[in-house]
Structure formats: structure tokens, C-alpha cells
Design a protein around this ligand. Sequence first.
Ligand code: HEC
Length: 110
Amino acid sequence: MRGAAVLLLLVLIAGSYSCGRTTRIASLTPAVSAQPLQPTKSSGPRIDFATQVKPILEAKCQGCHFSGGKMYDKLPFDRPETIKSLGTKLFTRIHDENERKVIREFLAQE
Ligand code: HEC
């Protein structure tokens, strides 16, 4: 009877020890898994300057705003910066609505 009581006591002690240990391990686990999630941007597919915007300008403005043209030094249209800084001023000479749409979306990108 006494042996059983001691055994019960030992089981209780062992139980509380292991309990303490599992609690400590459990309290460490969230710190490891709490990685900040990357915010996902909800914007659609990006407009690529070289393959989507430049061809529009090349087709119409080639003679003057591209390499060798008289406006290439001041307003080079093969550079995205030029297009960004001109913005909708380009629309004084680009009237096609589909082409404007591509350029507008390009301008809206950061
Ligand atoms: C025949 C040569 C020539 C072609 C082709 C040409 N440009 Fe120009 N562009 C010029 C010259 C010269 C200037 C500077 C004088 C002026 O403002 O007209 C200029 C200036 C500009 C300007 C800045 C002045 C403004 O109007 O606000 C923009 C924007 C512009 N061009 C857009 C275009 C676009 C877009 C195309 C093609 C659809 C184009 N250009 C084709 C010669 C040309």
C-alpha cells in the first residue's frame, strides 16, 4: 500500500516536471513560427516598358525621339524616365485609346 503511494507520488512529480518542460517548449514555439507575412500587392500584371510601351513609341515617333533623331538628346523615348516625366503630355500625339491605356497603366506604376 505504501509502495503504491510512493509510486503514485513519483508519477505525480514526474508528471509535473514533464508538464513544466512541455509548457516551456510550447511557449518557445510561437516565437519561431511568428514570421511576418509578406504583404501581397493586389495590382495586376505589370506593364513592361521595353516590350509594351517602347514599341508604340518606336512605331510613331522613331524619326525624332530615338537614337539619331533631332529630339533624342532632349526627349529620348527609349528611356522609361522620359515617358514618366512627360506623362499624359504624350497624348497630344498618341490618340489611339488602346495605346493610351497601356501608357496610362505604365505611368500609374510606382
Ligand atoms: C518629326 C519629328 C518628330 C516626331 C516624329 C515626333 N516628335 Fe515629338 N517633338 C519633336 C520636336 C521638334 C519637339 C520639340 C518642339 C515641340 O514641342 O514641338 C517635340 C516635343 C515633343 C513633346 C514635348 C512637347 C509637348 O508637346 O509637350 C512631346 C510630349 C512629344 N514630342 C511627343 C511625341 C510623340 C508621342 C511622338 C510620336 C507619337 C512624337 N513626339 C513624334 C519632334 C518630333
